[in-house]
Design a protein around this ligand. Structure first.
Ligand SMILES: [Zn+2]
Length: 388
């Protein structure tokens, strides 16, 4: 079936208004108008979705920029934390080194003290021995004693100086150690600050990620809506095409004014809506409505060939006729059966008068179970009651 573009279709409607005598006029009726309106409405919805998608894209880019910025900040903060860790480790090692050196020096102090005591003891023994000898033998004892006394004093001075130096070194190391400890504590504080900053940035990032997920989900929904609308637009276009195609009759000469059509729902002849203007002349009803329970069989009003079947319509879906079919009867006549629950025949099937072809439903623009039935002559809808 050839597709008629919206533009060409609009042109056709215009032509129909101008050239009243062509059969096309018949389709500038409520059905076509409705289909046309639906198409325009869907086009509007498509545009609105396009706008929403653009807004979504802008918002997505904005959030992505924020996220990238947060990522950079997190990286910088992490670098800072690593650097602080290195410095803290370095100081820790240095403090340990100093401790080791202090221990070494302390050991040396003890050793020196020990040596000093040994020397004192040795000098004492020697001097006492000498004086004893001096006292016993009276030999030069005083001179020797003085000489030992000076020696003892010098030894003592030397050892004191050595011990003092060692002690000074230890004090100096302890001071350095304390400074390092203080510096280390400062760095640890800075690290705590940096880590809390990083945690805050990470939580911000989590929020942005979640916003981005929402936006992406919304985007997916819009895209899905767009696809659905595109599908519906295509269906409406196909409906419009079908109406045109269905009305190019095969030209066989059957006089239905004598052979007649039968009521399409056996046992249900009550009409809830007649052919013609209705609703205070706001809607032109292109057929008649026969209310009947769900799934009541619909029969072919006359023998003919199925030339169009549309199924797959849901309830309250955009396209007006819902599931419907058109049977061509020759002689320029065709019948249309709309809002069906299901259709029992296929395009090309030959049907005989009275044969079940579909079942009553309420698909498409319908507020209750009924058959919308049309009889068209040379494509133009007519009052079915003229033929039933
Ligand atoms: Zn109707």
């Amino acid at each position: 079936m050839k597709s008629i573009s919206k533009r060409i279709f609009a042109a056709l409607v215009c032509a129909a208004v101008l050239v009243v005598s062509t059969p096309i006029t018949a389709y500038a009726d409520s059905t076509l108008d409705h289909l046309n309106d639906q198409y325009s409405e869907l086009e509007k919805q498509q545009q609105a979705l396009k706008d929403k998608l653009n807004q979504t894209k802008t918002e997505k880019e904005k959030q992505e920029a924020i996220r990238n910025n947060l990522n950079n900040q997190i990286t910088t903060t992490q670098k800072q934390i690593t650097l602080l860790d290195n410095k803290i480790n370095y100081l820790q090692n240095d403090i340990a080194d100093k401790e080791e050196r202090i221990n070494e020096l302390s050991a040396e102090v003890l050793e020196q003290q020990d040596l000093f005591m040994k020397r004192i003891r040795s000098i004492y023994k020697t001097s006492v021995g000498t004086s004893m000898l001096g006292m016993v033998f009276g030999v030069d004892s005083l001179g020797s004693y003085l000489s030992y006394g000076k020696y003892l004093s010098r030894i003592s001075e030397h050892d004191s100086a050595l011990l003092q130096t060692l002690s000074d070194n230890i004090t100096e190391l302890r001071d350095l150690q304390q400074q390092m400890q203080a510096e280390k504590e400062d760095l640890a504080d800075t690290k705590v600050t940096a880590e809390s900053k990083k945690a805050s940035l990470t939580s911000q990032k989590t929020e942005v990620e979640s916003t981005l997920q929402d936006i992406k989900k919304m985007e997916q929904e819009y895209l899905a809506d767009q696809a659905t609308i595109q599908k519906e637009m295509k269906q409406i276009q196909a409906d419009i095409d079908a109406i045109y195609a269905a009305n190019s009759g095969n030209g066989s000469q059957v006089d239905y004014s004598t052979t007649g059509f039968i009521y399409p729902v056996n046992g249900y002849t009550y009409i809830s809506s007649y052919y013609g203007w209705r609703f205070n002349n706001t809607d032109y009803h292109t057929g008649v409505d026969f209310p009947a329970p769900a799934n009541t069989p619909i029969r072919a009003s006359a023998s003919g060939t199925v030339i169009y079947v549309r199924t797959g319509a849901g309830y309250g879906r955009a396209w007006g006729y819902g599931n419907y079919l058109i049977v061509d009867h020759g002689g320029g006549f065709s019948t249309l059966y709309a809002h069906c629950t299901s259709v029992a025949v296929s395009v090309g099937d030959t049907v005989t008068k009275g044969q079940t072809i579909a079942y009553v439903g309420t698909t498409g623009w319908s507020t209750g179970y009924h058959l919308h039935f049309e009889i068209r002559r040379n494509g133009a809808h007519t009052n079915p009651l003229n033929y039933l």
